[in-house]
Design a protein around this ligand. Sequence first.
Ligand code: SF4
Length: 336
Amino acid sequence: MKLLMHSCCGPCSTYPIKLLRAQDIDITSMWFNPNIHPYMEYKNRYESYKKLMEIEKIPTIEIDNYGLIDFTRAVYNHEYERCRTCYEMRFDVIAKTAKEKGFDAFTSSLFVSPYQKHELLKTVAEEKAKEHGIEFLYIDFREGFKEGQEIAREMGLYMQKYCGCVYSEAERYKDENATEVKLKNTYEIVKIKQEKEQYMPLLLEADPSVELVESYLKNGDLYALKLDGNVVSVAVVAKLDDSTCELKNVATKEEYRNMGYAKRLIKYLFSIYKQKYAKMIVGTSENNIPFYVKSGFDTYEKTVKNFFVDNYKEEVWDNGLHCMDMYYYGKKLKGK
Ligand code: SF4
């Protein structure tokens, strides 16, 4: 098969190249990423991409377009739902190029990243494949993310610290500042052993099923992060088996969200449960994947199809997204 593989950067391309070559697929790589800002970041990632393709001796098609103006105009006024536009901009050009240049199919290194909105990415790629009359080759590369990052480090490739656009760069600093400035010495985390049910209203904000929350609250451990004596975040952890526990719920009062409290609570739970378990997992809807990955759940585990449809009486919606599948991510804990 003659495949056009879109490359979002060097590090993310390493594992897909390895996997595709093992399947005897004839790869040409394409650079088109108008969503990487500011300019020096774009340049660093582009140079690192070229270095990798030279090492791997992979032919390339390159559209060197910094794209700040086009991108920011395209997402203006819907910056918080910008990723669909970002995917559309890129896959439109990739699919069109694949068709015009006579490739059999196209794919993207974006499918390796646990930070991306994987299902949305797949949907947009399928839409653009149909629009341009070309096959889209879907492969979930995520299980090779860590391996690919290791390969990239060994090659000395530039490793980026955020997704790409100016908004993702700003969010990165926003989170860090919030954690450092607002949480300093002002909170305590306690295990709640009695009258757990009084925290139901807050837990239901993260998981709307009373039956499910009651079931894991009964046997799970409940923790609360308190600020000046007032509970602002809660979390429940339950045993899955002798080596694995599951973070079942994390909820923060609305007025305290996006300030780093839930992340701090999760970090604390890692430190507690590493004494007892080798791994902690969490199941999440698609919208919250970036939050959990940034919180430390850096390994994709599995997808349970139609979880929200099969286990909830009512439809579950999260920030405009109708939740269907549950995505599981894991964090390796130290200890046994
Ligand atoms: S966060 Fe990443 S995927 Fe989303 S718009 Fe920005 S660069 Fe694109």
